[in-house]
Structures are given as structure tokens and as C-alpha cells.
Design a protein around this ligand. Structure first.
Ligand SMILES: *Cc1c(COP(=O)(O)O)cnc(C)c1O
Length: 357
């Protein structure tokens, strides 16, 4: 199998090996120590400001998006949602479900967020902003620093979904002033799905500690309280948290977050050069490193996905909804190298020879 999706992605041999071990009991000093080490490395890699905290959630990242909306905002907020694709739309729906007043800054698929568009919302009493730094459905990267300046100027609580951007694109939580950063185990962290991390800057940690949340499982005050001693309120995905520990240490040993970001960027660059010979167009005006969105000129995007899967044993990432036939995506994250890119390009060239592109 060769997997170019944007999650779950290919794991390193070490991470796979930990997955094959027995899962230990977790109310122990040993597991607490592992969790505190996970927290320390997560804070380092996200360049979080001093005093930040990490909530390790046993849920997919959508659960963490929901927990963030529930714990950080109420009916007395006024939130701006950047919506340029399916993940932006998910934040819109979460605001609707939880009765958080919101406005939508709508972008077309592939369109970048300019300063001009953003500052149409300047001085309009917004209290919060929700953005997916890499809108993974189209592979558009938004400028976390430019949005951060806007939030600082307007005293806005700034939430960054970095689920696919963390460790793929430059992100400095302290410098851009983000209050919350969300990511998950199955994207650039290249572990199995099931765990998601919410990094909370001091102001966010304080906010959730004082929140009045109507939920037991999504009560972040409870999660942070337990995490003071490296524990979680309920049984977490112990095995995956052990794999995350292996992976975080692997990244640290290979030069840390910046080295991993450079590796993903080079993987993306290599693919984007190689695919230029084929009848495709790039979709994103401001491409993120983690994924390339591709529009086939002569064929149906979903059929290309099926053909590669069924006849070549290669997985690319299809899109859902209105982008299903027009856009497929190729991930550059996980345990992939430049030779794997060549294998994919050769498969596409073979399809072209057979008249399927
Ligand atoms: C993958 C992803 C998510 C979360 O998806 P889950 O299926 O819940 O893990 C959220 N936001 C972005 C930007 C993503 O890429």
C-alpha cells in the first residue's frame, strides 16, 4: 500500500512497532510521565507562549473543534468564521449547533484570504475568530500572522485549527498570538487516528477553567485539571498516546518542528514539479505544504482516485460534496519520500497512456 491521503497517513516503523505492543494500564506514574513529556514536546513544536497547556482528547479533531467552540464561546460572543471549504463550513455548523452568534467570511474554493477582505470586518465588535490555517479540502494556507495582527488589534479570541498545518507549515503560536491551536494524531504526526490535541495559551486556559460547559466529556477545565499530573479524566487511547510519544521524540531527534516542516515542504515541492507534465491544474492560490489540490482537465477526479486504488494499490485523497468530481488531493505528510512521488506519477502516466486521463 502507498498512501497519499491526508490522514490516516503512513507511520514510521517505530510507531508501527509500538502499535503492536500490549496496551498498559494507565493510572501509573510511568504513564503520567509519558503524558507530561508529550505535553512538553507539543508546546515546544507549536511554539506556544510560556504557561500554555495541552488537552489530550480521545476523539477525532472534529471533537476538539466542538470542545473548543463549547468551552471558549457563549451566546454573548460574536464570532467571525473564515469559510473557504468543508472545514470552515464545519466551524459554521458548530456555531449554529451551540448557539454562538457568528458571521461568515466566505471564500471561493482555492481562494486565499487577503488583508483587504479581512479588514472589511475591522472595528465591528467581534469577540472571536475561527479559522482552519490549512483549509485541507482545497489545500489553501491562510496567513496566521496576518490574522493574528487583526485579532490583536480588535482584541479577538483567536482559534486556529492547525489539524493539517501543524508540523507542515510554519506556525508560531506565541508570535501570531493564537489563543488556541488544534491538531490531531493522524495528520503530520503520522500516528493512527483517535487522539487530538488542543493547545491553550494562558488566556485560553483561564477562559476554559471559568467556563460553564454543559458537557461531561468535553469539559476542558476537567481535562486540564487532570493533566496537571499527566492524567485524563477518562480512559484515553493509551496505545496511540504511546505512539505519539515515540513520534514526538523521533521528530525531536531529527531536528525538531522546523526540520519536519522543511521535510514536508520539500516533499510537496518535488511532487508539484513532477506533476506539471500531466493534464492537471493546481487549485490553491496559496498552497499549504501538507497537501496539493489538483483539478483534472480531462477526467473525473473521483474516478482517478478509484482507478489508482483498485489497479495500482495507491491511495490519493478524494473530495466530498460539490468538489467530488472536480478536485482530488495528494498528501505530502507521513512516512513518504520523493521516490514514492515518482511511483504515483508513473501510475498516472500509465493511466494517461491507457486514455484514462
Ligand atoms: C482532518 C482535519 C480535521 C479533523 O478531521 P477528523 O476527521 O475529525 O479528524 C479538522 N480540520 C482540518 C483542517 C483537517 O484537516
Amino acid at each position: 500500500m502507498l498512501n497519499f491521503t491526508v490522514g490516516p497517513v503512513m507511520c514510521s516503523d517505530e510507531v508501527c512497532a509500538v502499535g503492536g505492543e500490549q496496551v498498559p494500564y494507565f493510572r501509573t506514574p510511568e504513564f503520567s510521565e509519558l503524558m507530561l513529556e508529550n505535553e512538553k514536546l507539543m508546546l515546544k513544536f507549536s511554539k506556544a507562549p510560556a504557561g500554555s497547556r495541552v488537552a489530550f482528547m480521545t476523539n477525532s479533531s472534529t471533537g476538539s473543534m466542538e470542545a473548543t467552540v463549547m468551552n471558549c464561546f457563549t451566546a454573548s460572543d460574536k464570532v467571525l468564521v473564515i469559510n473557504g471549504g468543508s472545514f470552515g463550513q464545519r466551524f459554521v455548523e458548530l456555531c449554529e449547533i451551540h448557539d454562538v452568534p457568528h458571521d461568515i467570511l466566505k471564500l471561493n474554493h482555492g481562494q486565499k484570504l487577503t488583508k483587504e477582505r479581512l479588514y472589511e470586518y475591522d472595528n465591528k465588535d467581534y469577540t472571536g475568530l475561527l479559522v482552519n490555517i490549512d483549509e485541507t479540502s482545497t489545500g489553501v494556507l491562510y496567513d496566521s500572522e496576518m490574522i493574528g495582527e487583526f485579532c490583536k488589534k480588535n482584541d479577538i479570541f483567536y482559534v486556529c485549527d492547525c489539524v493539517s498545518a501543524f508540523l507542515a507549515d510554519t506556525f508560531d503560536m506565541a508570535h501570531c498570538g493564537a489563543d488556541v491551536m488544534i491538531t490531531g494524531s493522524q495528520k503530520v504526526l503520522a500516528c493512527p487516528p483517535g487522539v487530538s490535541m488542543i493547545v491553550l495559551a494562558p488566556r485560553a486556559a483561564e477562559r476554559v477553567t471559568n467556563a460553564n460547559v454543559k458537557s461531561m466529556y468535553f469539559n476542558l477545565a476537567d481535562v486540564l485539571k487532570n493533566m496537571e499530573r499527566g492524567q485524563t479524566p477518562f480512559t484515553p487511547a493509551v496505545g496511540i498516546l504511546r505512539q505519539i510519544n515515540t513520534r514526538l521524540k523521533e521528530i525531536e531527534a531529527a531536528g525538531g518542528a522546523d526540520a519536519e516542516i522543511a521535510r514536508v515542504a520539500a516533499q510537496a515541492q518535488d511532487f508539484r514539479e513532477k506533476i506539471k507534465e500531466l493534464p492537471f491544474e493546481f487549485v490553491s492560490e496559496s498552497p499549504a505544504n501538507g497537501v496539493t489540490s489538483v483539478h483534472p482537465l480531462n477526467a473525473d477526479a473521483y474516478e482517478i482516485f478509484m482507478e489508482l486504488k483498485d489497479h495500482y494499490g495507491i491511495w490519493i485523497c478524494p473530495n466530498g460534496g460539490e468538489m467530488k468530481s472536480t478536485i482530488f488531493r495528494v498528501g505530502h505528510i507521513g512516512y513518504l519520500n520523493h521516490e514514492d512521488n515518482t511511483t504515483l506519477i508513473n501510475a498516472l502516466k500509465d493511466m494517461q497512456r491507457k486514455g484514462k486521463l
